[in-house]
Design a binder for this molecule. Structure first.
Ligand code: NAD
Ligand code: MG
Length: 393
């Protein structure tokens, strides 16, 4: 029997994950059709993507960019309609004509449309880890109530998901711990005494992966791994004490699950995001991703080391936030978004990112986590607090 075509919205289609997603989709036109593509303000690239994939909708959060896109699509005779603003992102994420949503926006800005997709029962492919770090238990209960499926796209979480038994009911009973691997980023061996001199250009040059600027800085501080520990807690339901991180500079093992009998199950592959993207799109099937297979002849060795807390002080904040009261992970995420932005704009030094995160997390704040509005208010409050830490530095 022929499989019906799945209709997909790609939130953040012009980014690193977005373009990789379209690359995989283009390999399987008989399986997928594109309902909507969205971007913040990259008109040229979104225009090219619309002409190639003919979505029903293109959404740009920036109204001027949307206007430009509309004119240029019109001049090309395209039938793609254009909308703008954050509400339009929610619309194309929850529309009844959509089966799957790829969440590939960066930062908490992706929370409202990802949550809308979850509530509407879509298959949600989640690359946008910040949405889950902010949304936490509220997000996971929205997934359950919506009756859809949340599939991780982050390579570590896809690896863990692939290494876990199929039935989530058995995870807590069988699994001893989850071990996330980390590359260690560009500064794994750099003299710590020179961390204050690190420039944004050096921080975004990741040795193994080509990614957006924000996640690249997060990889350099290992705040990316901290966010991923939090993401793993919410996705797989294990307490913080059963989540571990090991540095594995080759990025061949993408993460592991250790069972009670000490058996470790891992997922391996080349460092190419099209693999977890293809898995999310086709689960439980497997389709061609475009990635090159591992060559065991060329592999020289897999090494492992413990993360040094002096080099990567931010990593420990994941456990601090998970052990803190509800909302702590949202506060930490907001602080980090503000700190990374300040670093990229040369307002603070690389080593001060941690100062902003730590001070914001340990400052007093209040707020609820039981609705989208409450979460956004908490996010706003933490951003203000972090901005004042930045100003005082
Ligand atoms: P990116 O910066 O390359 O792309 C971000 C996309 O989101 C772009 O399309 C941009 O136009 C859009 N966008 C940015 N700000 C927005 C806003 N305020 N509102 C609406 N849209 C906005 O980022 P990326 O590297 O593709 O990462 C996307 C997400 O995936 C992040 O959460 C990141 O942590 C996660 N992720 C990325 C990788 C990777 O290899 N790049 C791997 C794992 C997880
Ligand atoms: Mg990752």
């Amino acid at each position: 029997m022929e499989k019906p075509v799945a209709s997909i919205t790609v939130l953040g289609s012009t980014g690193s994950i977005g373009t990789n997603t379209l690359d995989v989709l283009a390999r399987h036109p008989e399986r997928f059709s594109v309902y909507a593509l969205t971007a913040a303000r990259q008109v040229d690239l979104l225009l090219a993507q619309c002409l190639r994939f003919n979505p029903t909708w293109a959404v740009m959060t920036d109204p001027d960019a949307a206007k430009q896109l509309e004119e240029r699509l019109g001049a090309e005779g395209s039938r793609t309609r254009v909308a703008s603003g954050a509400d339009a992102l929610v619309e194309v994420a929850q529309d009844e004509r959509v089966d799957m949503v790829m969440g590939a926006i960066v930062g908490a800005a992706g929370l409202p449309p990802c949550l809308a997709a979850a509530q509407a029962g879509k298959r949600l492919l989640l690359a946008n880890k910040e949405a889950l770090v902010v949304g936490g238990d509220f997000f996971m209960s929205a997934v359950r109530q919506g009756g859809g499926r949340l599939l991780p796209i982050d390579s570590e979480h896809s690896a863990i998901f692939q290494s876990l038994p199929e039935d989530p009911e058995t995870w807590e009973r069988r699994v001893e711990k989850i071990i996330l691997t980390a590359s260690g980023g560009p500064f794994r061996t750099r003299d710590i005494a020179t961390f204050a001199d690190i420039t944004p250009e050096q921080a975004v040059a990741h040795p193994n992966w080509v990614m957006g600027r924000k996640i690249s800085v997060d990889s350099a501080t290992m705040m990316n791994k901290a966010l991923e520990v939090i993401e793993a807690h919410y996705l797989f339901g294990l307490p913080a004490s059963r989540l571990e991180v090991v540095i594995h500079p080759q990025s061949i093992i993408h993460s592991m699950v250790q069972y009670h009998d000490t058996s470790v199950v891992a997922q391996l592959g080349t460092a190419d995001m099209r693999v977890p993207i293809a898995y999310g799109l086709s689960h439980p099937e497997r389709v061609v991703s475009g990635a090159s297979p591992l060559s065991f002849d060329a592999l020289t060795g897999l090494t492992f080391e413990k993360p040094d807390p002096r080099r990567f002080p931010g990593l420990g904040l994941a456990w601090a936030a998970l052990e803190g009261r509800a909302g702590s992970t949202a506060v930490l995420n907001a602080a980090n978004e503000v700190a990374v932005d300040a670093f990229l704009n040369r307002r603070i030094r690389f080593d001060q990112i941690h100062v902003v995160n730590q001070e914001t997390l340990s400052s007093s704040w209040d707020g609820e986590t039981d609705s989208l509005e409450a979460l956004l208010a908490l996010d706003g409050q933490a951003r203000q607090r972090a901005a004042s830490v930045v100003s005082a530095l």
